[in-house]
Design a protein around this ligand. Structure first.
Ligand SMILES: Cc1cc2nc3c(=O)[nH]c(=O)nc-3n(C[C@H](O)[C@H](O)[C@H](O)COP(=O)(O)O)c2cc1C
Ligand code: SF4
Length: 619
């Protein structure tokens, strides 16, 4: 048996040849050489009892898995707009020229490849890159030269200076989550005590064991009631009521239930989950355990984006400590009727895997293609069992609510948006980093706190969110005004907002999973249109086309990625029209965009009165 076969054999044994672990198996199989050999695919397929083509299909889906040699050192520069603003491209060119390699190709000696990737979640310390999956931030010419020398000398990554890999947390404003002093086990003990008091009373009243259990279940219901009372809404973007989600999962008839923490954090400009996992991992796991207790689940997964690989080992350590102190495993907090385990799955480079049903597919070892919904994960999620999927920040808030009570939390924020929101602030400001505010804070206040000057625009909630201009800085961060998953990207007056939108168009085209034609083709056409405008070859007709594409993407896409892909362009066309107009060639007369016709078509196709609501913004 060759070394590679033997190594793969031990990986497969460790994963008990489970198909659900296929992405993890492939990721580990890739480690020694940076790519997965055809014979490895064959061996894996045989072990997990899947057709070879299926395993290859899964490997081919994820951009961090390679089926061809990709270089012993694989460099990927983060290419969000804030990385661009911080000068990532000249640094990329510098590294390419020092290592004699063309961008996007593998060097002739197979030593190195250099390319870009979507945002790696280091916007507060941009520009950044990944080397074989390990993050390096705060790049400078000096650091690039150092990296080039290390690669030229073929120094193994484990021997690179540790300070190169230092990642800052940059916590700049704390509120209830970031200032939390909750100790491991505090919240879960309080949640359980509600049930225990009731159960003890039941025993005291000499009820039957079954009745006692039913009353103990009442404690789980009480925990869900506290979450409902808090009016907590999901922090991952959609803002669904967390209490209702947990209740629906608890009420679904099933023999098993699951809890999933969505730590995919792929939205460009968002990095708050990275810091929560680095500094507040116990709070995240506490929230997941409270959820497991409340809904009756015995297993939880943390789906960690591949770009945060540096967090994997520290997170495993926190889990080990929780196991050792009885906060995980059989009989959590000495309660014989509650066992709970948490497993970490590392993603492999696919933004769409942040969508909860795609994430579940990936957790099951498949390509991360969003499922048809309904059914929703709360009734049919992981392996078709009821599953709660919540964002990292949502679980942190849930732990605090379990400890302090729902009324305490509901008093923070605004009547329709309770609690706090952690913002990932980046771009043109003196103090980029994490800012936690009660909901209702104005954009103006955030800009003042982070030291932003001459600001012309803020992109709230990333490319799929909303771009606002200076006339709107009095608006508030809240579900009823400016909802956000967390990104807050600042652009001063020197920035070209057309280029901002073009960067986002490239992002969506790159990240479209290709499953449905409207999104696959539509996002590529959008990118091409923006490139055409950038080259000074676009006309009014192309702008009209953007409106038509928005209609197509909104009405016919399978998931949220396609639905929101036009947002950044529509927002910037509406607010920064001169940035587009100066690029138009106006040699040909083009009829104005037929808004009424496009709206009628959108409504006819979808049967929804609000279909194509964005269309008015391009005219
Ligand atoms: C394309 C796409 C990407 C998403 N990425 C994330 C993500 O990285 N993190 C996240 O928590 N939610 C993400 N979501 C939202 C999830 O589908 C889901 O609503 C969320 O995890 C639920 O948790 P919450 O209720 O706590 O917000 C994404 C949605 C879409 C459509
Ligand atoms: S809308 Fe885009 S990302 Fe979503 S399923 Fe379709 S192709 Fe994939």
């Amino acid at each position: 048996m060759s070394d590679i076969t033997a190594r793969l054999d031990s990986i497969l044994k460790r994963h008990a040849t489970a198909r659900t672990n296929l992405v993890q198996i492939l990721r580990e199989a890739q480690e020694p050489e940076g790519w997965i050999r055809p014979e490895a695919i064959t061996q894996i397929a045989k072990a997990v009892k899947l057709p070879r083509a299926r395993v290859e299909g899964v490997a081919g889906f994820y951009s961090f898995l390679h089926l061809q040699p990709a270089g012993r050192y694989r460099i990927r520069f983060s290419d969000n707009i804030t990385d661009r603003m911080a000068g990532n491209l000249p640094l990329l060119e510098r590294l390419c020229s020092q290592l004699w390699v063309e961008r996007g190709k593998v060097s002739e000696d197979g030593l190195v490849s250099i390319d870009t990737t979507s945002c790696t979640g280091m916007n507060d310390q941009a520009p950044a890159l990944l080397v074989n999956g390990w993050a390096i931030a705060r790049l400078t010419q000096g650091r690039i030269d150092q990296i080039a020398a290390l690669i030229r000398d073929q120094v193994p990554i484990e021997n690179w200076p540790v300070e190169l890999f230092a990642i800052e947390d940059n916590i700049l404003r704390k509120d209830v989550i970031l200032a939390s002093t909750l100790q491991p086990g505090d919240a879960i003990r309080v949640a359980m005590s509600r049930g225990r008091i009731e159960a003890t009373e039941a025993a005291f009243n000499q009820r039957s064991w079954r009745e006692g259990l039913d009353v103990a279940d009442h404690g789980q219901t009480e925990t869900i009631e506290e979450i409902k009372r808090s009016r907590l809404r999901g922090r991952g973007g959609a803002g669904f009521s967390t209490g209702l989600k947990w209740e629906a999962c608890r009420n679904a008839r099933a023999t098993q239930r699951y809890v999933v923490c969505n730590a995919d954090e792929g939205e460009p400009g968002t990095f708050k989950d990275r810091v929560l996992l680095a500094r507040y991992a116990d709070l995240v796991f506490e929230g997941m355990t409270v959820c497991g207790y409340a809904v009756g689940a015995s297993k939880g997964f943390l789906y960690l984006r591949g770009e945060y690989r540096h967090l994997l080992a520290p997170l495993q350590d926190v889990l080990a400590r929780r196991r050792a102190t009885g906060l995980l495993g059989a009989g959590v907090c000495e309660r014989p009727d509650f066992a709970f385990e948490i497993e970490i799955h590392l993603g492999a480079g696919a933004y769409v895997c942040g969508e909860e049903s795609a994430l579940i597919e990936s957790l099951e070892g498949k390509r991360g293609i969003p499922r048809n919904r309904p059914p929703y994960p709360v009734t049919s999620g992981y392996l078709k069992f009821p599953t709660v999927v919540n964002n990292v920040e949502t679980f942190c808030a849930a732990a605090l609510i379990a400890f302090n009570g729902g009324d305490w939390y509901a008093r923070i924020g605004t009547p329709r948006s309770s609690g706090t929101k952690i913002l990932s602030v980046s771009g043109d400001c003196a103090r980029p980093g994490l800012y936690e505010y009660p909901f209702g804070v104005t954009v103006k206040q955030v800009l003042q706190d982070c030291g932003a000057e001459f600001t012309q625009a803020v992109q709230v909630s990333g490319p799929s969110g909303i771009c606002i201009d200076a006339s709107e800085f009095g608006r508030r961060i809240a579900f009823e005004d400016l909802p956000t998953a967390g990104a807050f990207m600042v652009f001063d007056e020197s920035r070209d907002m057309f280029e901002v939108a073009r960067n986002f168009a490239h992002f969506f085209a790159h990240e479209s999973c290709g499953f449905c034609t409207p999104c696959r083709v539509g996002t590529a056409l959008l990118r091409n249109l923006m490139d055409k405008l950038a080259a000074g070859k676009g006309s009014q007709h192309d702008l009209n086309q953007i409106g038509e594409l928005n209609h197509l993407l909104q009405s016919a896409s399978h998931c949220g990625l396609g639905h929101t892909a036009c947002n950044p362009i529509l927002d910037t066309v509406r607010r920064f029209r001169p940035a587009y107009e100066q690029r138009l060639v106006s040699l040909v007369y083009e009829p104005a965009f037929d808004l009424d016709g496009a709206l009628a078509r959108a409504r006819a196709m979808t049967g929804r009165d609000d279909a194509g609501a964005h269309l008015g913004e391009v005219t």
